[in-house]
Design a protein. Structure first.
Length: 127
């Protein structure tokens, strides 16, 4: 009779270990997915236009440093000139960067999209 009682306890302990292992795996997986989505997030702080050039101010709202080549700029559906913020630009978390791009059209509303590894910002500027 004692063997049956011990087997039940061992089975309960094994089920508990399996449950804790599965919960830990799920937590690690979800944490990895969420970190990738917020680590290099950007926001638009401002923009100004001067003829056929637009100056863009972008803030790093994430937790990781963003290299300028990771920030792609599209103006009116076409890559900007230059197409990104450049290799010389690094944006620390909770700081910003300013860059001027060519390719906007004068006397017109221009759609500008800036993409980062985590998100993108879309705005319209009148030049």
């Amino acid at each position: 009779m004692n063997e049956k009682g011990i087997a039940t306890i061992i089975a309960a302990i094994i089920l508990l270990i399996i449950t804790i292992s599965l919960a830990g795996t799920a937590y690690a997986f979800i944490n990895l997915i969420l970190k990738g989505r917020i680590s290099k997030s950007i926001s638009m702080l401002g923009s100004s236009c001067n003829g056929t050039h637009v100056t863009i101010v972008i803030a790093n709202e994430g937790t990781d440093v963003i290299n300028g080549t990771e920030l792609k700029v599209i103006i009116n559906g076409q890559p900007a000139n230059p197409p990104d913020f450049g290799a010389d630009v690094t944006i620390e978390p909770h700081s910003s960067a300013v860059k001027t791009f060519a390719g906007v059209q004068a006397n017109k509303a221009n759609q500008i999209i800036v993409t980062s590894p985590s998100n993108s910002v879309d705005f319209t500027v009148w030049c």
